[in-house]
Design a protein around this ligand. Sequence first.
Ligand SMILES: [Zn+2]
Ligand SMILES: [Zn+2]
Length: 416
Amino acid sequence: MIDELARADSAVATCADASVWALSEPDLIAALDATHRLQQRLAAVQLAVVRELDGRGTAVAQGASSTAVWLRHRLRLDVSAARRLVGLAASVDVAPPAVREALASGAVSVEQARVIADTVATVTASAGAEIADKAVGVLVDWAARFDPVLLRKVGTRILDHVAPDVADAAAAAALAAEAARAARDRHLTISEQTDGRLRLSGTLDAEAAALLRAVTDPLSAPTGPDDTRCAGQRRHDALADVCRLALRTGELPENGGDPAQLVVTTGYDALARQLGAGTLDTGLRLTPDTVRRLACDAAILPAVLGGAGQVLDVGRQRRLVTGPLRRALVLRDGGCAFPGCDRPPRWCAAHHLRHWADGGPTSLDNAVLLCGHHHRHIHQTEWAVQLGHDGHPEFVPPAWLDPDQIPRRNHYHQRT
Ligand SMILES: [Zn+2]
Ligand SMILES: [Zn+2]
C-alpha cells in the first residue's frame, strides 16, 4: 500500500507541473471531476487508516489522550477537523458494506457517506436490517444528485420510498434521532487569544439558535443611515448589548460570592486627565476612551484608585444613573437619543454630558440615553452632545460632516 501511495503521489506531482491554461474547456471540466473523485477516494483510504489506528489504540500508546488529539499534532489540524476525522472514520466503520463500497469507488463523498451512515442507522433502529439495506441503495443513488445537507433532509423521508407502511412511525423516530444528534453535537468553544480577545466557535441546537436569532437579529439592524458597521460588526455589538442587559438585571448567579459584575480599575488622575489607561478585572488593559465610556454605564463597576493606589471610589451609586433618575431619563429621551436611532431604553446606557471624573454631576440635565453603538460613537468621534433650550438633547455633527454644525435631534422617540 505504501508503494502504491508513493506512485500516486508522483503521478499527482506531475499534474501539479502541468499547464492548465493549455487545456480546452471540456478537458478542464473533466479534470475537475477527476480531481474531485480522486480526492474522495483518497479520503476514503485515509478514513480506513484512521479507523485502524484508532482500533489499535496507537494514539494512547504514544502518550496522547485520544486519537483526535494525536491526529491534531501529527497532521497539524485544528481541533474540530481532527474530531471530525475520527467521527467520520467511526461512522463509516459501522456503516453497511455498501456504504464503504460506494465511498471506495468514489460514488459518494465522505460527507455524503456520513449522512448515509447516520440515516441508515436510524432506519435500522426503526424498521430493521432488511429495509435498511434497501435504503442504502436508494441513498447512494440520491447522492449522485444531492449535496450532504439536502441528502440529510430527503433522507428523513427515505422510508416513504423503501417501506411506506412503517414510514409514519419511523418518521417520528427519525425526528427524535435527529434531535438527539443535535443535542449531542451542541457545543460552544471560547478560546482566549493573547490580546484579551476571544474566539467563539460552536454549533447551537435549534432551540438555542432560535433564541439567539430572536434576540440578536433586531439588535443587529443598522441604527440609521450613518451606521457604517458591517453585518459581522453589528452582530458582535448585538451580543455585547445582550450581555450588558443581562448584567444590568442583577439576576445572574453569583460568581464566587460576588455578584456578576464587570470591574474597571483606573487611577483618578488618569481618568480626570483623559490620559491614563485602565484595567478590566480580567487583567486586560483598556484605552482611556474605553475607560471613560465604561465608567458611564451602571452595568459596569468603576474602581477608582488614588495616587498611592488606595481605593477612592468603588462604583458609588451617586455617580451612576439608576432608580428614579434613570426613569426620568427614559421619560425624557424615550430611547437612544442619537439622531436617527430607534433603540428602546432597555438597550441604552446613561452617558454623562460632562463626565463625572471631570466634576460633572449625576443629574437629569447632565445625562443622555445612548445605545451601545452610539455610546461608543460619542466617546470616539467628534460628535458633541448638549441639551437644547427646551432641555432635550441635541447632537452637534463634526465640522467635516456639516461645516455649519447645526445641531440634530432624534425624532423616533418623540411623543405628541
Ligand atoms: Zn459615556
Ligand atoms: Zn443609538
